[in-house]
Design a protein around this ligand. Structure first.
Ligand SMILES: [Ca+2]
Ligand SMILES: [Ca+2]
Length: 1028
């Protein structure tokens, strides 16, 4: 067992390098350098936006410095302006920065779904996120400051998601939970004060209770006090002016059912942040941080040089021919208009095959394609190729900053490091493509140091790897309507006279510049393409190139949306590999196409660390859920492994239904490059759009000031959680790049992978039984079947968290784990007394066949809250919808009392009317218990938020606002009985805060005399209805 813990620990530390077009931010001597904030090309030119970004960065820097306890500030920030904005003398040229790699994106989603700032974050605890997204409205519209807080503070909240992999401490889906006998608001710290209410416009009323759960209804919201005493936490309500810290081990609320606790095993945000890679070697500093240095960069058109290996080994396995096919696709279909492209070939030495040419019509594309090398001979001098490439890139303006090289090689070169310095100085970006098994293992250093993409392709033709690599080399400028999108990529060895058939869905978001490309090995096949209307394109309609063995069909105009089918017959005498690739572009430049973005958790790894494969499927900024996503991993040993990527919130998938699909990869075979390709199929009516719900800055519904709720404007309605637009059926294919894996032992190594952590354990009480549900993990993380489960329960949350092995075990003899990703359901057979107010916690571990144990699951809570009994003929409440803003609160300084006892001896009360209401208003009270006696029978009620108490109806029913806003109803029927009612409220005994109580009785003049005011005399105040 020990060794597993060590293993998991190492795992957490190692997975901190991130991937694929990742950020280049570095923390050096307490200052963050190279933070990139990019503006989407769709946004109109607006100098005010630059000013607002600068203001945000400046204030965020000081806030960050204090929040990290003098460990970090922003030293060097770059704002990347889109090419569509006009040039200014103070704008500089980008080097390796791009929109795609930016840390912050300012963009407007094409469909309005509000202005919630969020971070695209789907790694595990402590892992970096992809980017922060702010809308231009968020940046420009100051009326949003009250709802999210000052922009600088919001930036730091999102930065913590992005940079340190911590999570939100609120939970809109689970806003309340039970702790002890209290219903609490999900928050951190627990010291954040406020009140709950449900508000429409400015009119607020006490929250009502869902009678099926005993919890407040979904319109119940927590309104924080405008002024707080607690400084934590930034991941909960960064907008409060007193909030300046992250929750640390002292202030952390481990019981809150939020993402931070679930993902980070109940660690505080500061615990995770302070142990991050950033702060391992950056102790606090005493200097006061300088203002951030903000540079404006102006994006430019692509300037790119293909640097292609033509050494002798390129003659093997038909590589040079495949290179020409794939690079031809790049030149004819992928590279964006107005780009400048040159070509260099190299073996022993390098040669400029073409200087830079501007892609401004189809002829230039063809001419460049005709220049692609077709002959291979000689050795491999990678640096000669790179130097010649840089020389070509200088051809237009004598500079190479921000220019790109696509470097393809199949060979080794011991001298590759000799050009590292020149490459680093050039400010250019190198994308690498490793072809075959012998490509230099240092090749990816060039892409790593310049932030380029990295691909590899094997010699297995049917994998189509080389074409996928070139097809992935789209611009990173954020202009999706220009980019080529790959819809289909497949290959197969087809026997003589056999057919290769398939269907590709062209959806409404794409259709321009659509190409069907067929390649073969020996003899041109027969091919037909049918459009959705049944029109047929024969092979004669294709552009045939018998040198590169390629046939290309270009659909003119916008291709009709719907199902396109292809049928290809091998007419050669022998079997040959035939491939098909389909690419297209956006149909409408205002509507972003549906895209998939695929990548691996790391770009280098050591066995046995598992990899995680991710695919983000989105339509603009909106996630697409319900798609079928398959990953194919090509291993160095030549075998490939298929995996279905899932968006089910289990295993490697942090969040269910967020359009991010993932799966662990553990089936290693050989040392070397593991190449990933992802295919997505969306089915009409199944795949749909949704909105981002995670890693956001919270929309604060309003504040409590001087005891009054001041609601913010209601959050604008999001245009339907489900699809606003019909996506229809669609196909996408994308290469996910590579990971170089070292130290993989030969043969089948022993099982090194435990089942993955169960993250979605839920416990419910129904019909006097406790039922548990979770998603099954597998023998190896999220694959296969676990062997058995260990389930334990406790009345103490912390016992399960800190001392799981000694908690009471649950009999699981009859529980056989299902296959990974299946839903498990289990009824606890232990005899447990369930009564109103029962709270029991459960946690679970899964074991595999060699007894490797998963991490402990989330801790699930089963709480029994009996729904209140509502009087069958409810009286008209005097203040049934109370405008809380109209309630006068008497603010008295109250010494903390654990118990305030209010007792009413019914006999002492003179009842004048049928119904008398006592209204006790106590915004700071955390819990209420009502003891009511009738005929000597004491009824104890654990009071929830707006139950009704009526003595006419037994058992006791109580109507209490929460926190504590209570109506006690006496009816005539109770008159004949000696009734003793005790109400006591519990204050948080730990915090030294004031409490406020007030009674509100509309017609009982004796109320004072019968209240035993206990230790809270000044807190109770009588008020007549109508008083202000
Ligand atoms: Ca997901
Ligand atoms: Ca295993």
């Amino acid at each position: 067992m020990k060794s597993i813990e060590v293993f998991l620990l190492t795992l957490e530390c190692l997975i901190s390098v991130y991937v694929a077009r990742c950020s280049e931010v570095k923390l050096v001597n307490n200052g963050y350098d190279n933070v990139v904030i990019a503006i989407n090309p769709e946004l109109p030119e607006d100098p005010n936006l630059i000013t607002k970004i600068e203001e945000m960065v400046n204030s965020a820097s000081s806030f960050l410095f204090s929040a990290t306890k003098h460990r970090a500030y922003y030293r060097d920030v770059k704002i990347l302006l889109p090419i569509t904005w006009s040039s200014k003398p103070n704008y500089q040229r980008p080097t390796t920065q791009s929109y795609e790699k930016a840390d912050v994106i300012i963009a407007n989603p094409h469909l309005n779904y509000g202005d919630d700032p969020y971070t695209l974050q789907y790694g595990r605890c402590g892992e970096k996120g992809r980017y922060i997204h702010f809308t231009s409205n968020f940046m420009l519209n100051d009326s949003l400051i009250p709802v999210y807080g000052p922009r600088g503070k919001v930036f730091v909240h999102e930065w913590a998601h992005l940079r340190w992999g911590v999570f939100d401490e609120y939970n809109e889906l689970v806003p309340f939970y039970v702790s002890g006998n209290e219903i609490k608001t999900t928050r951190c710290s627990n010291e954040i004060k406020g009140m709950t209410a449900s508000c429409t416009g400015d009119s607020c009323s006490p929250c009502s209770i869902d009678s099926s759960t005993g919890f407040p209804n979904s319109d119940c919201m927590f309104f924080p006090d405008k002024n707080q005493l607690s400084p934590a936490s930034i991941m909960y309500l960064q907008g409060l002016s007193e909030v300046v810290e992250f929750c640390d081990n002292k202030t952390h609320n481990p019981e809150a059912p939020n993402m931070q606790n679930k993902m980070c095993n109940y660690r505080s945000t500061w615990d995770v942040i302070s142990k991050s890679e950033d702060f391992r070697n950056n102790p606090p500093t005493n200097i006061s941080p300088p203002r951030p240095n903000i540079t404006l960069l102006h994006a430019k058109d692509r300037v790119l040089c293909l640097v292609l290996d033509t050494s002798g080994s390129m003659d093997m396995e038909g590589r040079i021919k495949r290179l020409t096919q794939a690079a031809g696709i790049f030149l004819l279909q992928i590279i964006e208009d107005q780009s400048k492209v040159g070509i260099v070939s190299f073996s022993y030495s390098a040669k400029a095959v073409s200087q830079l040419r501007t892609i401004d019509d189809g002829n230039i594309r063809k001419q460049l394609t005709d220049l692609l090398p077709t002959f291979a001979n000689g050795g491999t001098n990678i640096c000669a190729g790179v130097q010649a490439g840089l020389e070509v890139l200088r051809g237009d303006d004598n500079a190479t900053d921000g220019d790109e090289i696509v470097l393809l090689t199949d060979g080794e070169d011991s001298g590759i490091s000799s050009c590292f310095t020149a490459v680093e100085r050039s400010g250019s970006v190198i994308h690498t493509i490793a072809l075959g098994p012998d490509a230099d293992t240092d090749l990816e250093k060039l892409s790593n140091m310049t932030g380029g993409l990295q691909y590899s392709a094997t010699d297995k033709l049917d994998e189509n790897g080389l074409i996928d690599a070139f097809t992935g080399l789209v611009s990173g400028n954020g202009n999706m309507s220009q980019q080529s999108i790959q819809l289909e990529s497949s290959g197969k060895e087809i026997k003589n006279n056999n057919w290769f058939n398939g269907t590709v869905f062209i959806d409404k978001t794409i259709g321009n510049n659509t190409f069907f490309v067929i390649t073969w090995q020996t003899d041109m096949p027969l091919a037909f393409v049918h459009d959705p209307s049944g029109n047929t394109y024969h092979i004669q309609a294709f552009d045939i190139d018998t040198t590169t063995l390629t046939a290309r069909l270009n659909i003119t105009g916008t291709a009709q949306s719907g199902a396109w089918t292809y049928a290809i017959q091998n007419e050669a005498a022998a079997a040959q590999v035939i491939t098909i690739t389909v690419t297209s572009r956006a149909a409408d430049e205002k509507v972003p196409p549906v895209t998939v973005n695929a990548h691996i958790s790391q770009d280098t790894s050591d066995w046995p660390n598992p990899l995680v494969i991710f695919a983000e499927v989105s339509h603009g900024f909106l996630p697409v859920v319900g798609a079928e996503v398959k990953a194919t991993v090509e291993r160095p040993d030549g075998r490939s492994v298929d995996l279905d990527l899932l968006d089910d919130g289990s295993g490697s998938d942090a969040v269910r239904n967020d359009g991010v699909y993932s799966r662990y990869f553990t089936k290693f075979g050989g040392v070397g490059r593991y190449s990933i390709k992802v295919s997505v199929q969306g089915k009409d009516g199944v795949a749909r759009l949704t909105t981002r719900k995670q890693s956001r800055a919270m929309y604060i519904p309003g504040y409590v000031q001087n005891g009054l709720i001041q609601p913010n404007p209601a959050k604008p309605p999001i245009g339907g959680d489900d699809s606003q637009t019909q996506l229809g059926s669609f196909n996408r294919v994308k290469s996910g790049g590579i990971c170089f894996v070292s130290n993989v032992p030969p043969g089948s190594p022993q099982d090194a992978y435990p089942p993955s952590k169960i993250m979605d354990l839920k416990a419910t009480i129904a019909e006097n039984k406790i039922q548990l549900r979770w998603t099954a993990p597998g023998d190896d993380f999220d694959q296969g079947n676990a062997s058995y489960y260990e389930i334990r329960l406790s009345k103490s949350f912390s016992q399960l968290k800190d001392d799981f092995p000694n908690a009471q075990s649950v009999n699981t003899d009859h529980l056989t784990p299902k296959a990974a990703s299946s839903e498990e359901m289990f009824t606890v057979s232990e005899d447990i007394e369930l009564k109103n107010g029962t709270v029991i916690y459960f946690a679970i571990r899964a074991f595999d066949k060699v007894n490797l144990s998963s991490e402990l699951s989330n801790i699930a809570q089963a709480a029994l809250l009996l729904p209140p009994v509502i009087p069958s003929n409810p009286p008209t409440q005097p203040n049934s919808t109370i405008n809380i803003t109209g309630i006068l609160l008497i603010v008295g300084v109250v010494v903390i009392v654990v118990c305030l006892i209010i007792s009413i001896t019914r006999q002492a009360v003179k009842i004048n009317s049928a119904d008398i209401w006592y209204h006790l208003y106590c915004p700071d009270c955390l819990t209420v218990q009502v003891h009511a006696g009738l005929n000597g029978v004491i009824m104890v009620g654990f009071i929830d938020i707006s139950a009704k108490l009526s003595f006419a109806k037994f058992p006791v029913a109580v109507n209490v606002g929460w926190p504590l806003q209570m109506y006690l109803l006496y009816s005539q029927a109770a008159d004949n009985f000696p009734v003793k009612l005790q109400v006591w409220t519990e204050y948080d005994s730990k915090s030294n805060k004031e409490g406020r109580c007030q009674d509100d009785s509309n017609n009982n003049l004796h109320l004072y005399s019968i209240f035993n005011l206990g230790k809270c005399p000044k807190a109770l105040h009588k008020r007549h209805k109508g008083d202000s």
